[in-house]
Design a protein around this ligand. Structure first.
Ligand SMILES: [Zn+2]
Length: 303
C-alpha cells in the first residue's frame, strides 16, 4: 500500500542528492511522501544537506540541515501532516541528530523509513528499528559511489558535517563571569516573553546566532527549536565544537522542551560549553553531560 509512496520519496531524495553532488555540495538528501485516504501521493517535503550553500548563494551554510532535518525544516503546515501515512526516505543512514528527529516524528506516527545506503556511514539506524519502525535499506550502488567520491574529495567538509572536526586546543568563548552574564542578558532579551531562547558564541566571544523558539509558529516543527536553529544559523565556518551554546529560559527545561532534534544536534556537534540561566531537568542533564563537558549555570535558584 505504501510501496508507491516509498518509491516516490526515494526517487525524490536520490534526485536531490544527485543535484547536490553535481553542484559541489554534500550529496545527502531526505524526502517525505504521504499517501492520502483516496490513494493519491503528496510530497510533504524534500531537503538537502545545507552545510555547503548552493552556488551563487550568500548563505554561510546551515550545518544543522542534514538531508533529513532539512526536509523536516522544509515541511509546510507541519501540524497538518499525517505522519502515520507518510514514508520518509534518506540517502544515507541517519546520524544521531537526524535519528532523534525521526524518532520525534515517530511519536507523531511515522513508522516507515527508507535508507538508500549505510555503507559510508553506519549512523544510528538501529535506534529506529529498536523503536519499532520499519526500516528498508537499499544498498543503492550509485548512492554509495557518490557519497564515497564526496568524502574522498572533501574530507574536511565531511568530517565537519558529522561533528568530527577536532577543536583547536585552548582558548574558548567562555570568558569571565561578567562576560557570561552579558551573554545571558542578550539571550534573555531575544527570548522576550517566550519560553526559551538559545544563542551560539564563537571562540572569540562573538555572537554567531541567537533565536527564540519557533515551534509554536511552525505548528510544532522540531527543527524550529531554538538550540538546533542557533547551531544552524551559526553557519558552516564555525566549528561548533569550539563554540559556546547559551540557553535562557523562564522555567526549568526538560527533554521535550529542549527538543529531541535539538538534543541530537548537541550530541552530534558537541559544543564546547553550555551556559544557562535555567535549571535542566535530570533527564536532560544526564543526556547532555556526556556530550557537553563544561556546563556553566548563572542565576539559578535550585530548590
Ligand atoms: Zn544527520
Amino acid at each position: 500500500m505504501f510501496l508507491e509512496a516509498g518509491r516516490r520519496a526515494t526517487e525524490l531524495a536520490l534526485e536531490a542528492s544527485r543535484r547536490s553532488f553535481e553542484a559541489g555540495r554534500i550529496p545527502i538528501a531526505g524526502a517525505a511522501v504521504s499517501l492520502d485516504a483516496g490513494g493519491a501521493l503528496r510530497t510533504v517535503a524534500v531537503g538537502v544537506n545545507g552545510r555547503v550553500a548552493p552556488p551563487g548563494s550568500n548563505s554561510p551554510g546551515y550545518p544543522t540541515d542534514h538531508g533529513e532535518t532539512a526536509a523536516v525544516r522544509a515541511v509546510e503546515r507541519f501540524a497538518d501532516v499525517d505522519w502515520n501515512r507518510t514514508v520518509f526516505a534518506t540517502t544515507l543512514s541517519p546520524c544521531i541528530m537526524c535519528t532523534r528527529t525521526l524518532l520525534y516524528l515517530g511519536g507523531l506516527g511515522l513508522d516507515k523509513i527508507v535508507i538508500a545506503e549505510a555503507e559510508n556511514y553506519p549512523g544510528e539506524k538501529a535506534r529506529l528499528v529498536a523503536a519499532g519502525m520499519t526500516v528498508v535499506e537499499l544498498r543503492d550502488a550509485g548512492t554509495v559511489e557518490r557519497m564515497r567520491a564526496f568524502a574522498r574529495e572533501a574530507p574536511s567538509v565531511w568530517s565537519a558535517d558529522i561533528g568530527e572536526l577536532v577543536p583547536r586546543a585552548g582558548g574558548g568563548p567562555m570568558g569571565d563571569v561578567i562576560r557570561q552574564e552579558r551573554m545571558l542578558a542578550q539571550v534573555a532579551g531575544v527570548r522576550g516573553e517566550g519560553a526559551f531562547a538559545a544563542a551560539v558564541f564563537g571562540p572569540d566571544g562573538e555572537r554567531l546566532a541567537a533565536c527564540a523558539d519557533g515551534r509554536e509558529r511552525t505548528g510544532g516543527n522540531p527543527t524550529a527549536a531554538p538550540v538546533i536553529v542557533a547551531l544552524g544559523e551559526a553557519g558552516s565556518a564555525a566549528n561548533l565544537r569550539e563554540c559556546l551554546l547559551v540557553v535562557s529560559a523562564a522555567e526549568p527545561i526538560d527533554v521535550a522542551g529542549f527538543g529531541l532534534a535539538a538534543l541530537g544536534a548537541c550530541e552530534l556537534f558537541r559544543p564546547a560549553a553550555l551556559l544557562t540561566d535555567a535549571p535542566l531537568a535530570d533527564e536532560l542533564e544526564a543526556a547532555l553531560a556526556p556530550v557537553i563537558a563544561q556546563r556553566i549555570a548563572h542565576g539559578i535558584v535550585r530548590p
